[in-house]
Write a protein that binds this ligand. Structure first.
Ligand code: LFR
Length: 471
């Protein structure tokens, strides 16, 4: 086994990056070569993903990577879940919708009228989120768009298609469509038919570690990486992040915290009980057939949308580090709101929505930005602690530690308050868990590292130093 160099394209909710990874039996290093914004674009007909610009920026980042080192053996792509581009004859039919667009309201009612949520859950094990792909596809069907389309490609699969010419659906991300059998063994033809969706638009599945294709055509000159393999990774960003959670024992919960806070445990088998459904826990597909049993908490979106609102109001840039420092020093108790309330999902004025939520319940409303930030972090920590407890109870898995990875692991106040509210030690880091999970799965496919996810996590634990917060 020798060290290999691979590149990760990792598209998060607000920023994307291209990272070079050096991976070997005792080595795991990342080096960011490009960063670019990924946010949504509001057009007249709704909120969209500018996926063409994402491709351009990713290809340019790969070109920079190729000019930095000359031995890139493979690239892997991950992004957020659920969103897709509709295609015909290899051509993108329009900008994909962004999941924070509200167009699925009628489709949700329509789908549940024919297939009650409990029946859906029994088939796909997915928590209810109004933007799950199946509702988006139902909205597109109602609007007549599926008529023109011969395939639907999830965002990372679409980028992989543009790079290689091969269309496929990576299985961890495909699990978030709601159209996959809960054991991940294939598309759920019966359910797809029942929902009156065209089975033919769903491409064949690939699993993490398999080769999707090789960079060719216009992508070869755009990236400078002609012939380099595109390897399937956990293309759902959360699946890649979970690979790199440095859980070295079996009794840990994880929180992948960025724009969302994905809170749960890893299991071998799905939990499809009434209690799991009622608690809105999801069974998403993980790398190596593992189950990501978790719940979506609104995450740092609450904070970033607040900051965006304040900056727009004042016309001045906000120093988030200073604001968080001040929030950590707030000594009077702040109210806690339900971070999972769907009203916080769309973009827009977040502080007003939070204040309205509290005022409606006769609770005190934070009177300064600092107090509002503290209220947001307390509420997130509260929701995280609840979800960890629920994950443990619903799955029967003992949890004696919590790992927080992703951008949120840098937020000391959040880590400290989560430890306090959960009554469990919190281990924070690595920040770049998603990119690490991406490069690790590629490196294993290339034979530079071997073993189970546990072996990969031991490597992460050895090469990064999680910080500990005690309750
Ligand atoms: C996190 C994430 C979540 C998914 C949400 C929407 O980035 O991928 O796992 O529920 O975004 O796709």
């Amino acid at each position: 086994m020798s060290t290999t160099t691979v590149a990760a394209v990792d598209l998060g909710a607000s920023s994307g990056r291209v990272m070079l990874g050096r991976v070997g039996p005792d080595e795991l290093r990342l080096n960011a070569v490009a960063r670019f914004p990924t946010g949504s674009v509001a057009l007249r007909d709704g909120l969209h993903v500018n996926v063409v610009e994402l491709y351009r920026a990713a290809a340019e980042g790969l070109r920079t990577a190729a000019s930095t080192v000359d031995d890139i053996a493979s690239i892997g792509i991950d992004a957020w879940a659920v969103d897709y581009g509709l295609m015909r004859d290899g051509r993108l039919l329009g900008l994909p919708f962004h999941y924070r667009d509200g167009r699925t309201d009628a489709a949700v009612a329509d789908v549940h009228a024919s297939t009650p949520f409990a029946e859906l859950y029994a088939e796909n094990g997915l928590q209810f989120l109004p933007f799950n792909t199946l509702y988006q596809l139902a909205a597109d069907r109602a609007a007549g768009y599926l008529h023109y389309s011969d395939s639907a490609l999830l965002i990372p699969d679409l980028l992989a298609y543009w790079l290689t010419g091969n269309a496929s659906a990576e299985v961890t991300n495909a699990s978030t469509t709601g159209l996959l059998r809960v054991d991940g063994s294939g598309w759920n033809d019966k359910l797809i038919e029942r929902l009156r969706l065209p089975r033919s638009i769903l491409p064949s599945l690939v699993r993490p570690g398999e080769t999707i294709g090789h960079i060719s055509g216009t992508a070869a000159s755009a990236t400078g990486l002609e012939g380099v393999a595109v390897t399937a990774v956990g293309s759902h960003d959360t699946a890649s992040a979970v690979v790199a959670v440095p859980m070295t024992g079996t009794d840990a919960a994880y929180i992948s915290c960025g724009t969302w806070g994905l809170v749960g445990v890893e299991l071998e088998h799905p939990v499809l009980s009434d209690a799991a459904r009622e608690a809105n826990f999801t069974n998403e597909g993980g790398v190596d057939g593992r189950v990501r049993f978790l719940h979506n908490v609104m995450g740092l979106w609450l904070l970033s949308e607040s900051v965006r609102t304040w900056e727009a109001e004042s016309g001045e840039a906000i120093d988030l580090v200073a604001l968080l420092g001040a929030a950590a020093a707030v000594s009077d108790e702040q109210p806690v709101f339900d971070a999972n309330d769907p009203r916080f999902l769309p973009p827009g004025d977040m502080p007003s929505r939070i204040s309205a939520w509290l005022a409606e319940r006769g609770m005190p409303v934070p009177q300064s930005r600092t107090a509002m930030v503290r209220c947001i972090i307390e509420s997130l920590a509260d929701a995280f602690a609840d979800a960890v407890l629920a994950a443990s109870e619903l799955s029967g898995k003992t949890v004696s530690a919590i790992h927080i990875v992703g951008g949120g692991s840098q937020n000391d106040l959040l880590c400290r308050l989560t430890a306090k509210r959960a009554g469990l030690p919190v281990f924070a880091g690595p920040v770049e868990a998603t990119a690490l999970g991406n490069v690790l799965v590629q490196a294993r496919a290339l034979g530079a590292v071997t073993g189970s996810l546990e072996a990969l996590r031991h490597l992460v634990a050895r090469t990064t130093s999680p910080r500990r917060f005690d309750p």
